[in-house]
Design a protein around this ligand. Structure first.
Ligand code: SF4
Length: 241
């Protein structure tokens, strides 16, 4: 049977980003990524620094562990990474098992790979990486993913992390590219130091103030929603919450 490389399972907690902000949810973080973003806040999923923690788990075992941990205190599971879109049939089986128990699924991926099981995801966030990441998204592939999701009437959104002016221009280019598709479009203020200890809320709010200013003065960004990482405002860089 195919398995899922699991880095961590935790919750229940409050989802802090984009279209699912505020939603009570359990988290499953998968290991492995096809990108190497310069500011990745979960590099431990792919850089080998915590490889001894990766567990190859059958979908049913992941489900069981979620139930042991969360009991009846959740009806939503967030799958994140790494890039969970690297996983094939095992992920489809896992999502189907959650749905059998009336548990909804949120999932975030950068849009570098298509999986047919995207159609099963209740809240799908596609988060193409901006120039500050050092990565170069394949926009034709992204077009294809957006077209399929639109045709299927999936519930999905775009979310761009913004650190600087170049990232903002990238977000604007994508917003214009998909303007006619009326896709919910979120900007998320970047956390420039995911290793910093202590309270980082004032630093993040300062960045958010800058980003709101950019959005307010730009007539091509009237439809976007610039948000903070809510969990980082409350819990700073703490992991596993
Ligand atoms: Fe990290 Fe996500 Fe970039 Fe992968 S795509 S390197 S998980 S930020």
């Amino acid at each position: 049977m195919s398995k899922i490389p699991v880095m961590e399972i935790f919750g229940p907690t409050i989802q802090g980003e984009g279209m699912v902000m505020g939603r009570k949810s359990m988290f499953v973080r998968t290991a492995g990524c096809d990108y190497k973003c310069s500011w990745c806040d979960s590099a431990f999923t792919w850089d080998g620094s915590e490889k001894e923690r990766i567990r190859m788990m059958a979908p049913m075992d992941v489900f069981q562990e979620l139930k042991e941990l969360g009991g009846d205190h959740f009806d939503h599971v967030t799958i994140t990474g790494g890039n969970p879109a690297l996983i094939g049939d095992a992920m489809k089986q896992f999502i189907e098992r959650l749905h059998q128990s009336n548990i909804e699924v949120g999932l975030e991926t950068q849009g570098s790979k298509w999986q047919d099981w995207f159609y099963l995801v209740n809240d799908l966030t596609i988060s193409p990486k901006p120039p500050s990441s050092g990565m170069k998204p394949d926009l034709e592939l992204l077009d294809d993913i957006i077209r399929k999701l639109k045709n299927h009437k999936s519930n999905f959104s775009l979310k761009i992390v913004v650190f600087d002016d170049a990232d903002f221009e990238f977000a604007k280019m994508l917003n214009n590219r998909y303007m006619g598709d009326h896709i919910p479009f979120f900007l998320s203020v970047g956390n420039s130091n995911p290793g910093e200890e202590g309270d980082i809320s004032s630093r993040l709010l300062h960045s958010l103030d800058w980003l709101w200013g950019k959005v307010l003065e730009d007539p091509e960004m009237n439809n976007v929603r610039p948000l903070p990482q809510l969990h980082a405002l409350v819990w700073s860089n703490k992991r596993g919450v």
